[in-house]
Design a protein around this ligand. Sequence first.
Ligand code: CMP
Length: 140
Amino acid sequence: MATNRTFTMIKPEAVAAGNAGKIIDMIIEAGFKVKAMKLRHLTKEEAGKFYEVHAERPFYGELVDYMSGGPIVAAILEKENAVADFRALIGATDPAEAAEGTIRKQFATSKAENAVHGSDSDENAEIESNFHFSAEEIVG
Ligand code: CMP
């Protein structure tokens, strides 16, 4: 059953560039409600575990180094059709292919350093939310 929730991370290069506030503004403007949010610096081990599904990909090592290279903002977002609508808001993985008006078009610097993460399914949204947040950290 659809939960109407998705999970996002504002990635290290976007946080370091001071773009977290602008990205959060775009997310709220698009109609998402923030149900949980925190600033965290992932260890290499945590980043590796989060992106475990990509372990066999050639970019995995680079991805783990990047995602543990500085603080990220993790959040749970709520909206009808949250997963699909959030992926539309962030745009394609590669900013060169991202549509005008999307977060990645505006803030991503490359396919690897692409400013934000968005869950790709309801199931993964729940798994990823539970990876970063306990039940007490999510508002009702
Ligand atoms: P994300 O949507 O968070 O999920 C997997 C991440 O891997 C992706 O964003 C990028 O940060 C990274 N990624 C995907 N494809 C590539 C690639 N070809 N080269 C380097 N990093 C990539």
